[in-house]
Design a protein around this ligand. Sequence first.
Ligand SMILES: [Zn+2]
Length: 336
Amino acid sequence: MNPTREQIPVSKFRFEDISPGTKTRLELVVDCLPDGQPLVFSTLILRGKCAGKTFLTTGGVHGDEYEGPVAIQDVFDELDPQLLKGTFVAIPILNTPAFTAATREGGWDHQNLARIFPGSPAGTVSERIAHAFSTYIVGQADFYADLHAGGNGYRIKRFAGYQIVDSQSNAVQRAAAIAWGFDLVWGTGGLPGRSLSAARERGVPAIYVEMPGEGRCRPIDRAHAQQGLRNLLAYLDMVPGDFPTAPPQFCFETGTVGSGHLQVDYPSPTSGLFVPAVEVWDSVVKGQSLGQIRHPDGTVLADVPSDHAGRVLFLRTQPRVFAGDCLVFVLEVPIS
Ligand SMILES: [Zn+2]
């Protein structure tokens, strides 16, 4: 049976209204869904006894990404409000209609929430979610982290990223991405419409994190995400503890607008069966086959050669493919 939680209109919710030294689960009411059910953000708030920063984290912007939501729940459980400095606010699954549909896009409108921030109060369900988050939530934070994963049908090399802003914000975001603790930190030109764009509009430094995905929630990936959250809390001086400060082996920026948009690379030239020839994080050279598209009778319909050298960041693992679906993303890694 579902637990009964206090419901508060999202427009009225202030983090500072929560009493110090408490751990609270509540529902922020965003709107009404087309079927009459309430659209809510199930929200976890841990207000420390001592003053400190306000750290906001979300998962489930895409409905088929699970490592982040579960890690958030686990870290919320383990934190002690008597020892925490500041306020930890988490919305494990921001996009519940997409979660219910178990798809990347929203179940009602099939929109990608990560392209439509800051949304619209009178728009589609996804646009209303984006609007509520942009208008009432993210601006209350001192720092924001959005947790993503490969999702159904894709596997991705884990990394922490940030949108390149100005040099002062970049320094904070880069240090936070390093503190998270993955061995790849990537600053990108980004795209408008992302949750990080909403944070940027409000002057809130932010990072995003990618975890392997494939629609799974493996213990090892959850453990990595939990440790990343603990590291970030230490970086923000909210809990005691060490965190990485030295750049990892792979730490660089790609300033082009749209860099970091993985799903547009190597669109499949035809429909069929995708047979990859590489694994995630393999090094590839220009011209090397990344995989084939085959007809059900085994005929090779297309070979997909790499058009540049790099490392496989993102790989389709669902073999059935339609023309235009992304197959792979090859990251150009600078030679240091
Ligand atoms: Zn995502």
